[in-house]
Design a protein around this ligand. Structure first.
Ligand SMILES: NC(=O)c1ccc[n+]([C@@H]2O[C@H](COP(=O)([O-])OP(=O)(O)OC[C@H]3O[C@@H](n4cnc5c(N)ncnc54)[C@H](O)[C@@H]3O)[C@@H](O)[C@H]2O)c1
Length: 158
């Protein structure tokens, strides 16, 4: 139904108009669909992934409101650095979509330690790092805005 409405040009609710979003795992699957949908709904989106070729292709396809930055969400230092820059560039953060993930489908009895470490490092710890970095970056920006209101716009009410 949405496809029909898009094709007919009759779908334009702009549910995320002017919202500022970060999407992890934006190069593929659910993350790529999220980047496209958020832009279609009026958001400005920074897409993060480790698959640079696909990540760039998806944002080019999504439109000028989307940009791509390489970020390994399992790497704490990288996550905090990238989020700080992304949130400053967006002027704040309204939406955080933690989609990046890995799946190996190895039978439980055969999963080697390295695979447990990879899956937990990305899917569990990576998600926590993204959540921590996004709240930290936004808090710092809001605190800067309180001392200098011209540095950013206040977060929009939901
Ligand atoms: N597709 C489904 O039906 C479904 C259902 C339930 C859960 N999931 C889980 O949701 C997540 C996303 O699913 P998908 O189908 O979009 O998978 P996908 O493989 O198409 O996309 C995952 C994206 O995450 C990126 N990624 C992997 N490691 C990363 C890292 N360290 N840093 C940054 N980006 C990284 C990949 O490059 C890829 O672009 C996966 O963990 C998957 O297991 C998917």
């Amino acid at each position: 139904m949405l496809d029909d409405m898009l094709e007919a040009g009759s779908y334009a609710p702009m549910l995320l108009k002017d919202r500022r979003a970060i999407v992890t795992g934006g190069a593929s699957g659910i993350g790529a669909a999220t980047v496209r949908a958020y832009v279609r709904e009026g958001a400005r989106v920074v897409s993060l992934d480790v698959n640079d070729a696909e990540g760039k292709r998806v944002v080019a396809d999504a439109g000028a409101a989307a940009s791509y930055v390489h970020c390994d969400i399992a790497d704490r230092r990288q996550v905090f650095e990238v989020f700080e820059r992304a949130v400053a560039g967006l002027g704040g953060l309204d939406v955080m979509a933690n989609v990046a993930g890995v799946e190996r489908r190895t039978p439980a009895e055969n999963i080697p330690d390295e695979e447990w470490d990879l899956v937990f490092g990305v899917n569990v710890k990576g998600t926590l790092k993204g959540a921590a970095a996004s709240s930290t970056s936004d808090r710092e920006l809001e605190s800067a805005a309180r001392s200098d209101p011209l540095t950013t716009r206040p977060r929009k009410a939901p």
